[in-house]
Design a protein around this ligand. Sequence first.
Ligand SMILES: NC(=O)c1ccc[n+]([C@@H]2O[C@H](COP(=O)([O-])OP(=O)(O)OC[C@H]3O[C@@H](n4cnc5c(N)ncnc54)[C@H](O)[C@@H]3O)[C@@H](O)[C@H]2O)c1
Length: 326
Amino acid sequence: MSRSCFLTGALGCIGAWVVKHVLDRGEEPVVFDLGDDLRRIKDLVEPEDLERVRLIRGDVTDTDAVLAAVRESGADRIVHLAGLQVPFCKADPILGARVNVVGTLNLFHAAAECDIERVVYASSAAVYGPDDLGPGGSAPNEDTPLNPTTHYGVYKRANEGNAKVFYTDSGISSVGIRPLTVYGVGRDQGMTSDPTRAMKAAVLKRPFQIRFSGATDYQHVSDCAATFLECADKAPEGAHIFNLHGESVDMAEVVELIRENAPEGADGITVDGPTLPIPPGLDGGRIDEVIPGLPKTSLADGVRMTMTHFARLRDEGRLDTRDLEE
Ligand SMILES: NC(=O)c1ccc[n+]([C@@H]2O[C@H](COP(=O)([O-])OP(=O)(O)OC[C@H]3O[C@@H](n4cnc5c(N)ncnc54)[C@H](O)[C@@H]3O)[C@@H](O)[C@H]2O)c1
């Protein structure tokens, strides 16, 4: 029997890369998103491949619409990425809760009503507050107590709890994945998007100020997207939660990598702002044990690939720069 995946938030940054990976496997993704702007997917896939994407426009807060779409898709797994990021939840906490918490409940409800084998959903490293560290100040693991300091982090923590209850009550298996700073082509909004926007600005030789400082944990978006799909395919039964760890490095090092790839463009890149309200790195050992062999692009390679891709889009006259104009 053929297996298929129902994907929400497919028009966003990580979603676009999941779509690319699904298309690269020769499958036809069924995607659900509020928007209709395909620009992030168009930056990654050929126009003829785009025709294989089945887009259902809808709102994850609409219980009936989500159920109807999942049922009609015939999918046996759900990858749920739709959500509002930290600044949007801060600006409108009630809408943030509707989309991030009720929206996630709607996907689990649909999974329980339809024949869904597993739900893989985006949690976040923002479930940790800045002081939530392991013994001796080490990187937190999945057993570290959670004290999020943003509404967004509280919503993600709630989703992890609800996923466990759905397993106990309805037997729905799930994986909650906690990325931290995802970077790469398509990362143009959210609290940790500035390093990627700086890469784009440098390619265009434009000034740009990165609004947070210190170290954070960088995960290339292609690796992150592949991890969601691998978990959808291979995770064992149960309600699992996994940290993602890439490379934890200081912002000065990221700016240096940008300089290596665009020596002239990097002069206009500055860093001025507080550190993030999240620990600077996560312990990602558990997912490596349960799902071995996940891709891990080095930060140096990821920055180079991202800036090369931006330069190609620039040369083709289709580099979207709206995120630099805020
Ligand atoms: N990017 C990161 O660094 C990062 C880190 C940790 C967790 N996450 C989580 O991963 C997921 C994907 O992140 P991203 O960077 O791709 O986000 P994004 O902001 O680029 O994309 C989010 C997508 O969700 C869609 N969406 C928003 N509200 C919706 C609604 N009501 N109904 C249907 N679709 C809706 C948007 O149209 C958009 O396409 C999110 O849940 C995010 O919280 C991201």
